[in-house]
Write a protein that binds this ligand. Sequence first.
Ligand code: AMP
Length: 216
Amino acid sequence: MKKHIILLGPPGCGKGTQSIKIKLMYNYIHISTGDIIRQNIKNNTKYSFFLSKYLNKGKLVPDNLVFQLIKQYLIKKNINNNVIWDGFPRTVKQAKKLNILLNQLGIIKKYIFYFKIDKLILINRLLGRLLCLNCNRIYNISSFSVKTKMICNYDKTQLSKRKDDNFDKILVRLQEYQKFTKPLIEFYLLHNCLTIINANQNIDIIWKNIISIVDK
Ligand code: AMP
């Protein structure tokens, strides 16, 4: 039976870091709507202007466009594998759409994790976050993980800071989270299908928490 892992939580809670670990160690397909959107902007597609307007403000991209981008992405990918969803769904409408898609895919086992984290830890993480635009690995300026300054340990790409990882945009993104994504957490909690992860903990402990459930 195919497994689909869905990671929910505010920006900077560690969803991306855990997704990449799972993708690399368990060969999951990693679907990150944030990465898909950034890739569209980088490739200057017909949506890029519209997408950057939202991204640069820290606002959520409208649901219908997100659905369109996922549809395009899935055409290229063979989804007949285990999947990790990172940053999707972010609204109740998106959650309902994902339910329909997963039902269409047939029998799958669904794991939904909510990364709960203190606001102060989150803001500090986002302010120090560095990204490899080639392999999407995530680093933090305060950690020892960057052996060579500002260079990805794996593919030696120059690391960059995301444009939306500054204080003003972080506040907008957290407001968007409260307004649109928090109700979704409550929706899943009501349906008793959510595992809460203490995302204040370090990467390896969070990883063990997830794997102990998914590997059962
Ligand atoms: P992320 O990389 O997940 O932090 O996403 C970066 C930005 O992309 C967000 O601040 C939104 O503007 C946009 N975005 C990513 N995923 C979604 C989504 N599922 N729905 C709407 N907007 C999204």
